[in-house]
Design a protein around this ligand. Structure first.
Ligand code: ADP
Length: 407
């Protein structure tokens, strides 16, 4: 009897435990269903965001297979149907010269890095576009990198605008060069006059002595050598002027920064002497090889030297010294500087002087430094201005050096 009551109580307790377990199970099922629904909602929301995202969003496998791409991405690669691109290689849409660098970016993402890069894309229908892609690794539940998530933006319009701007600047630079040639025309006349007068003098002397029959062959040879030397000097000036007024340079070539200074020195020296000043040149003894459009960089030097001369107009003639130097910068780059002894530049104007049309001169246009800055930047360089310890402005042009490419 006692045993029967205990068994009964145990049975009740057991049933209660069972019922509680069933309740807990039901609660867990309901919670699970709720979580599932929330997950579905979240995924639907995320998908809606990605689908409506105006930029191309794509997910790639490590070998470049496109796992997913949103409608904007399909438009970007000219896919009429998702199947045109999903499941296929992204490299079908990467221009040949960018294939290798694209593969390197994919490898970096699968090593855990976030990357940003620009490349030329050729759509499935062969349309060219410039894209900027930001990509990050996407990790699975285990923490391993499962795929690449990338967002690409069409930069074609910006690139076109930049190219147009570059072309305008080239035009402007050309006009500026022509106008500087106008300014120094009298200097050129003077520069050419000297060798021509010397040639005329030498030849006249030789003719006179030939007539007199008093000339020796070796003397005649010396005179003719002098004539040739002077004619070559005149030809050098003319060649330099012709190069300088050409519309564009011959493109980028390895050049020694000091060689550039040397080759434009004849024009610079002429200008400085015209203004009653002195040009000093202090060049680095070893080659500083840069990839340069020589004509363009020579124009920068001309602009800086002209400004230097103009800043010293108020000084006595023997104080008007312009120093052009080259040296290797602390970081290994090439530095070309133009220093004067003028009033220098107030700290507040140090950046403003590079703005287009900023001028403090009555006859100034204010484009010299702005053109110079775009030329230097298009060479991957930087231009800035400081004031020297003893006064005067020092314009420094820093350019990346390509060691091992010396000519
Ligand atoms: P512009 O010579 O026509 O004024 P720039 O762009 O060459 O145009 O120069 C802009 C301004 O920068 C000048 O008007 C002047 O105020 C200042 N500047 C340029 N070079 C020097 C210099 N060497 N010393 C002092 N000020 C300078």
């Amino acid at each position: 009897m006692v045993l029967g009551a205990t068994a009964l109580a145990w049975g009740f307790a057991q049933r209660r435990r069972c019922a509680a377990a069933v309740d807990r199970l039901e609660a867990a099922r309901v919670e699970h269903a709720r979580v599932q629904e929330r997950l579905r909602d979240n995924e639907a929301r995320l998908r809606a965001i990605i689908e409506s995202e105006p930029e191309c969003v794509k997910i790639l496998a490590a070998d470049g297979t496109v796992l997913e791409v949103n409608p904007a991405g399909q438009v970007l690669v000219d896919a009429d149907d998702p199947a045109d691109i999903v499941g296929r290689s992204i490299y079908l849409t990467v221009a040949p010269e960018f294939q290798e660098s694209y593969r390197r970016q994919v490898a970096r993402v699968f090593d855990g890095e976030a990357v940003v890069f620009e490349f030329r894309s050729l759509s499935l229908k062969g349309r060219e576009r410039w894209l900027e892609t930001h990509a990050v690794p996407m990790r699975g539940a285990s923490g391993d990198i499962a795929c690449w998530l990338g967002i690409s933006r069409d930069m074609t319009a910006r690139r076109d605008a930049e190219e147009k701007l570059r072309r305008h600047q080239l035009e402007l630079a050309h006009v500026a060069r022509l106008s500087s040639m106008g300014e120094i025309a009298s200097g050129i006349a003077h520069e050419l006059n000297q060798p021509l007068t010397a040639i005329a003098g030498f030849v006249r002397g030789a003719v006179r002595r030939l007539r007199e029959g008093s000339v020796r062959t070796d003397e005649l040879v010396d005179t003719l050598e002098d004539v040739a030397g002077q004619a070559e000097r005149a030809a050098r000036v003319i060649r330099k002027i012709r190069e300088f007024t050409r519309k564009e340079g011959a493109g980028r070539r390895p050049e020694d920064a000091s060689g550039l200074v040397r080759s434009v020195a004849v024009l610079l020296d002429m200008e400085v002497r015209q203004a009653g000043g002195e040009l000093r040149i202090d060049l680095h003894p070893e080659p500083l090889t840069i990839a340069a459009d020589a004509i363009m960089l020579e124009q920068v030097l001309c602009n800086l030297v002209r400004n230097a001369i103009e800043s010293m107009a108020g000084l006595a003639k023997d104080e008007r010294v312009v120093t052009v130097s080259t040296r290797r910068a602390a970081d290994g780059g090439a530095e070309v500087s133009v220093a004067d002894r003028g009033p220098g530049i107030p700290a507040a104007l140090a950046d403003r002087v590079f703005e287009p049309f900023f001028t403090t001169k009555q006859q100034g246009v204010g484009i010299g430094l702005s053109i110079s800055q775009s030329i230097v930047e298009s060479h991957g360089g930087v231009i800035r201005v400081d004031n020297g310890f003893a006064g005067g402005a020092i314009f420094r042009v820093w350019l990346p050096v390509r060691d091992g490419e010396a000519r």
